[in-house]
Design a protein around this ligand. Structure first.
Ligand code: ADP
Ligand code: MG
Length: 503
């Protein structure tokens, strides 16, 4: 019964190479993983990295497993091109007769149109290829059909109409009622950790993959995707967020002071230890920064921060730290600065890192195993050997070793023999303070990270990309002035009404 993820992945990999004669790119491998884990997701990447190709291969792979797909393109000519490519791919597959591909093309002759209509209505296809326009024109029929996979190429075109979003969600099995309720939830959501869909309700749903080169869909309706399709990865539920991440490579106090003087106010400063924090706070205070801390008189200083009498508040970045979890002040918190990447440090000894190893293995490879998830609750107490045996019930020893190797290839080992592992959840929680649902709005935040070490930075960045599709810029690319305007704008007009149809 337990689905062997690695076998499926190997199959998909072979399949891709069989029909495309080239191995998948890095991006495509990441997407393949998520596809095989049946997650609805967004492919965010520049053009030319293989999004469309991936969608075509995924639909053929699904068809071979008896599943129906719809491929939606922004124009008819792109739909036509993809139809041709798909047929070319199909010719490489043995037993491909079972894959019926149906294309809608507005320039078909009358009899062709009749034939299309008849096949469309009787669902005589495994793969349906249409244009965005077709989605709105035929929403009545489409919303009653069920597709295991809906792949929308270049989603920006289709998001222009909120009705289209409803139709897409209905095509993967959401009822009008579910969509309406989720819309309500989104409108009312301003609580921290507003809960996404219970994953159980996703069991009988299809998968929606949308591709975008820019992927900054605005407004409420696009958020509905996340609300309904869930964004739960491992034990962490992520909220919707709009955050620009900026890395500053050179870690200097003067630079920190300069940045604080630019941003001026509404800043959380995270340090890894209280000891280090005390030194930095002293330096900043001596240079005129109005700064409070969590380790002195937190309640009082936090109150001052809230009232605007302090501009910065400094705390230790640990997952359950006061600043990381306990506060929700969207008006006040606009920026956060990590004085270095939150991290765990272990001796180089597997037994000291079981929680992390399990997290990696679990989150990225075995997410669908409820039994494992149960064990995951108590990972702190779990020893490596127990973990290994547990994982080996589900995957081969070879795969396990590969995973462990992959994990360790991302790790940094310091001169004094410590293993350094970025604490990604803490980074996400901490930076998340700057971007919240506030009334009907999503506030914009900026998260600045001082990190000198490239290995640690790359490791944080790649996981953040995987979990949130969030991008980074270098300090040299960041325009603080315009970011600050955006940050302020997103906090205005709190009482503005919200029109669901305006997206
Ligand atoms: P996108 O939709 O992201 O713009 P495409 O799927 O159209 O990208 O692919 C862009 C180009 O790269 C195409 O010529 C395609 O044939 C090629 N391509 C796609 N995937 C691969 C791959 N894994 N290896 C080599 N070339 C690829
Ligand atoms: Mg494309």
């Amino acid at each position: 019964i337990y689905w062997n993820f690695h076998q499926s992945y190997k199959m998909f990999e072979k399949f891709f190479e069989l029909i495309f004669h080239k191995p998948m790119t890095g991006y495509q491998r990441t997407w393949a993983r998520r596809f095989l884990l049946s997650k609805s997701f967004t492919l965010v990447a520049p053009t030319g990295v293989g999004k469309t190709t991936f969608g075509l291969v995924a639909s053929l792979f699904s068809a071979l497993h008896g599943k129906k797909s719809a491929l939606v393109f922004p124009t008819i000519s792109l739909a036509q091109q993809s139809f041709e490519k798909l047929n070319q791919f199909k010719s490489k597959i043995k037993n491909a007769d079972a894959i019926r591909i149906l294309l809608f093309n507005s320039s078909m002759t009358k009899s062709e149109k009749e034939e299309f209509e008849q096949r469309f209505l009787s669902q005589d296809f495994e793969i349906l290829i249409v244009s965005s326009q077709f989605i709105s024109k035929r929403k009545d029929v489409l919303s009653k059909m069920f597709f295991n996979l809906v792949f929308v190429d270049d989603v920006d075109a289709i998001l222009k109409s909120s009705k289209n979003i409803d139709t897409l969600l209905q095509m993967i099995g959401f009822s009008e009622d579910e969509i309406e309720k989720a819309t309500e939830r989104l409108k009312n959501k301003n609580k921290e950790n507003g809960q996404n869909t219970n994953l159980n309700t996703l069991k009988d749903k299809g998968m929606l993959i949308v591709s975008s080169a820019t992927a900054k869909p605005q407004g409420l309706k696009p958020l509905l995707f996340r609300e309904l399709l869930g964004f739960e990865i491992g034990r962490f539920t992520f909220n919707i967020r709009n955050i620009t991440n900026i890395r500053i490579k050179k870690k200097s106090r003067e630079k920190l002071l300069e940045i604080i003087n630019i941003l001026k106010d509404g800043i959380l400063l995270f340090v890894n230890t209280e000891e280090e924090g005390k030194e930095i706070v002293k330096f900043l205070a001596e240079n005129g920064v109005k700064i409070g801390t969590t380790w002195s008189n937190f309640d009082e200083e936090f109150e001052l921060f809230k009232e605007g009498k302090l501009n910065v508040i400094c705390g230790v970045s640990s997952y359950y730290g006061k600043l990381i979890r306990g506060i929700d002040l969207p008006e006040r918190i606009k920026y956060c600065i990590f004085w270095e990447t939150p991290s765990f440090r272990f001796s180089v000894d597997m037994d000291k890192a079981p929680r992390f190893v399990l997290e990696r293995v679990f989150v990225e490879y075995l997410e669908d195993h409820p039994k494992l998830k149960e064990y995951f609750k108590n990972v702190e107490t779990l020893q490596t050997e127990k973990l290994r045996q547990l994982v080996l019930k589900y995957i081969s020893a070879e795969s396990y070793n590969k995973i462990v190797q992959e994990i360790f290839s991302h790790l940094k080992i310091t001169d004094d023999g410590k293993l350094v592992i970025p604490d990604v959840p803490t980074y996400i929680q901490g930076s998340g303070r700057t971007s919240r649902m506030f009334g009907m709005r999503l506030t914009k935040g900026v998260s600045i990270l001082f990190e000198e070490d490239d290995t640690i930075f790359e490791s944080l960045k790649s996981r953040l990309m995987f979990l949130l599709d969030e991008e980074w810029m270098d300090e040299s690319e960041a325009n603080f002035e315009s970011l600050m305007v955006e940050v302020e704008e997103s906090r205005k007009s709190r009482n503005e009404g919200f029109n669901v149809n305006d997206t």
